[in-house]
Each structure stands twice: as C-alpha cells, then as structure tokens.
Ligand binder design. Structure first.
Ligand code: PMP
Ligand code: GLN
Length: 397
C-alpha cells in the first residue's frame, strides 16, 4: 500500500495526516525489538491490588457486565466516582446526571473535544501536551494554540501572561492537564485560580485532565479546577483508573461535570464506543472505595521510585527535573553533550539498552522541547536500578 488510491488522493484524511503512529507504540515496539528496559510508555510493570483484580474476576464469573452495561456506566461505578470526588475534594455530584464512564481517559478526551468544539474554534492547551489532545482537536476541526511551559529553577512553569495572551475571540476552550504529563509540573492553587478567573472572564469552557490526581509528590497538592469560583458550570473533569490503580489495560475512565456538560460529552461518547469494560467497571467501583491507606502507600511507593530513577539519571550526567507529580521524570540531555532528544531516544537502545520518550514530539515549537527526554519510573525497583546502571555505564564520565 502506498497510502494513495488510483485517484492519487491520500487514504488518511487531512485532519490526521500530520500525526502518524503514536510515539508510545513506536517506542514500546523499539523496546521489544532491542530487548531494552522500557521506560518509555507509561505503564506499571506490576498489576494493582489483588482484591481489585479478584473483584473483576468475580464480576466476570457472576455475569455482571458481560453484556452491554448502561451507556453512562454501571450505577455502582458512577456512585463510587461521585463518592470519591466528595471524599477527596468535597465536590457533590449526582451519579445519575453528572458522571459518565468512558473507555479510559483517552475516550473522555476524544468525546469531550468532539462534543464541545465547532470547526474553527481555538483550543488553548499547555505545551508539551499529551499526544491525543492534538489529534482530537484536529478531528474536531478545531485549532490548537499551545502555551509553552518553560523550565526555570528545576520546574517547568506556566507563564500566566502568555496564557492570557493566547486567548482570542475564537477561543472556545482551555485544555488543562495537572499533574502534567510529561513535565511532572503540578499547577499550584495560585496558578489554578488565575486560570479559573481567565476562564470566567472570557467565558471559556475548560477540559481538565486529572488522571494523575493521586500521583503528587513532596508537598505538592492536587486541586481540581472545578472547585474554583465560577468553574463548576464550565469545567469538564477527566480521570481514569489506569494510573491510580495500576490497571492501564482495563481502560476505565470517567468524565464529571454539570448535567449539561456530561450530556453533551455523552452525545459524542455513545457513537464512539457506546460502552466498554463491563466487568472492570464493577472492580473499579470497589477500587475507588479503598481506604486512604491504599492511596498513601501507592504514593509513597512511587515517590521512592522517582527518587531512585532521578538519582540514577543525575549520576549518569543528565540534568533532572524532579517531578512534583505523575510517574515521569523529564531530563535535559545537554550536559551529556547532546541537543536532539529525538535522535538521542532513537539511539538510546543501542547505546544503553534503555528506551525513553523524546519530549519534542509533544511540542508544536519543537525547538523548545528538543533537549528534553521523558523517563517513566512506574517500574519495579530492580528494573529501575538496572536502567540506572545501564545509563551510568553508557554516559557517566
Ligand atoms: N491523559 C494523560 C495526561 C495521560 O498521561 C494518559 C495516559 N494514561 C491518558 C490521558 C490516557 O488515559 P487512559 O489510559 O485511561 O486512556
Ligand atoms: N499515558 C501513557 C504515557 O504518557 C501512554 C498511553 C498510551 O500509550 N496512549 O506514556
């Protein structure tokens, strides 16, 4: 196949032509092919809690969810999501009208953007951005307007003046992600309050991707954007069980917001998958009700892994941005005498037997992301230690 028909028209439509294969698939395939330690695609190498897995098995055996579940998600899960939002953040949601279960956060992103955007709308998004944002904005016929997070004093910062300048009369929506993939930045309460005030002032919708809500480190704090004044009526909040419970393959995500917003997103979602993951929905309902000790232990475990990998990268000679959230470390390759992260990541399996993700692929302004590389630390301690040793052997002087 050449990608062309006899009429010489490309098979892939113009909206998707620029995107190609996602970096995650490319890099995981590279890791397999070269036998490298895969610190690229973000997925844990151990499964989540045994009782949650058993709850999925039991649901399967009991015949719960083996046939199409209800379109909005099974009531048990919607109730559990609402209870989680109340317990963690004091938010009150009606499980019947303000919660929608999706096929991972990926479908929540797609359905939200397809539902809320008209062709020609502009979407202001933080750059670097998670790769599906750009593709889904394009599928909706809208235009992305990136605002670049810039490194300063060990953290990637959002320039709030630049954010304000990016908003035009065509802007329909702000697409926010905190804790932020790939930089690990957790937006502060002060930053979020400025974003919220801007959304209210310019009457914008906000889609906020909070899939790493439970992965905040040190004294960082995750504050949902929907809790700020004026935000409840304009915010679509997305999250997912994949990251919080270490079951990324289950693809159970959700959307919360007002009945009007959730109904709009459901209108798109029903024609994407209609429903998904029946038995897993019951298991995730149980997971969300786990005691705080689960969430605390998960966080502590990830924090130790972060510190292990960050130390290894530092010893190997990288300049490390210690993330306040997520399970990714961004490292600067310039101290190694390198400048091109894409070339660096392509060569890394050969040089060190490790796979990482070049942050540049998450930028429109590629030069701004060129020297940065993302390593995932959601791996077993011995795997991280092995990767650190490989990197030290390859690069430390
Ligand atoms: N948003 C962000 C910021 C992510 O990193 C990911 C990957 N987990 C997703 C959305 C997609 O989540 P899911 O696997 O639940 O579709
Ligand atoms: N969210 C994961 C990451 O950033 C990957 C998810 C995917 O493969 N689409 O690595």
């Amino acid at each position: 196949m050449t990608g062309m028909t006899s009429s010489a028209r490309p098979l892939l439509n113009r909206r998707l032509a620029e995107f190609g294969t996602t970096i995650f698939a490319e890099m995981s395939a590279l890791a397999l092919r070269t036998g490298s330690v895969n610190l690229g695609q973000g997925f844990p190498d151990t499964d989540g809690p045994e009782e949650v897995r058993e709850a999925a098995v039991k649901a399967l055996r009991d015949g719960r969810g083996n046939q199409y579940p209800p379109g909005p998600g099974v009531p048990e899960l919607r109730t559990a999501i609402a209870a989680h939002q109340r317990r963690r953040y004091g938010l009150t949601l009606d499980p019947d009208t303000e919660v929608l279960v999706t096929a991972g956060a990926t479908e929540a992103i797609a359905a939200s953007l397809l539902a809320l955007l008209e062709p020609g709308d502009e979407v202001v998004a933080l750059e670097p951005y998670y790769d599906s944002y750009a593709a889904c904005i394009a599928l909706a016929g809208a235009t992305r307007v990136p605002v670049t997070l810039r490194p300063r004093e060990g953290r990637f910062h959002l320039d709030l003046d630049k954010l304000r300048d990016a908003v035009t009369d065509r802007t329909r929506l702000l697409l926010i992600n905190t804790p932020h993939n790939p930089t690990g930045t957790v937006l502060t309460r002060e930053e979020l309050s400025v974003i919220a005030a801007l959304a209210v002032e310019r009457d914008l919708l906000v889609v906020t991707d909070e899939v790493y809500e439970h992965l905040v480190h040190d004294d960082a704090e995750h504050v949902p954007l929907s809790t700020f004044p004026g935000m409840r009526d304009r915010t679509v909040t997305l999250s997912s069980a994949g990251k919080t419970f270490s079951f990324t393959g289950w693809k159970v995500g959700w959307v919360t917001g007002t009945p009007e917003l959730v109904t709009a997103v459901r209108s798109a979602k029903q024609y994407l998958t209609y429903v998904s993951a029946g038995p897993f929905q019951y298991a995730v309902a149980e997971a969300l009700a786990l005691p705080d000790t689960y969430f605390d232990a998960f966080r502590a475990d990830m924090l130790a892994k972060r510190d292990l990998l960050a130390a290894g990268l530092t010893e190997a000679g990288f300049a490390v941005y210690r993330p306040a959230g997520t399970y990714f470390v961004t490292a600067d390759i310039r101290p190694l005498g390198e400048t091109d992260g894409i070339a660096f990541c392509r060569a890394l399996p050969e040089r060190a037997g490790v796979v990482a993700i070049p942050n540049a692929v998450f930028y429109d302004h590629r030069e701004a992301g060129a020297p940065f590389v993302r390593f995932a630390f959601c791996k077993r301690t011995e795997v991280l230690a092995d990767a650190a040793e490989r990197l030290r052997n390859a690069f430390a002087r």
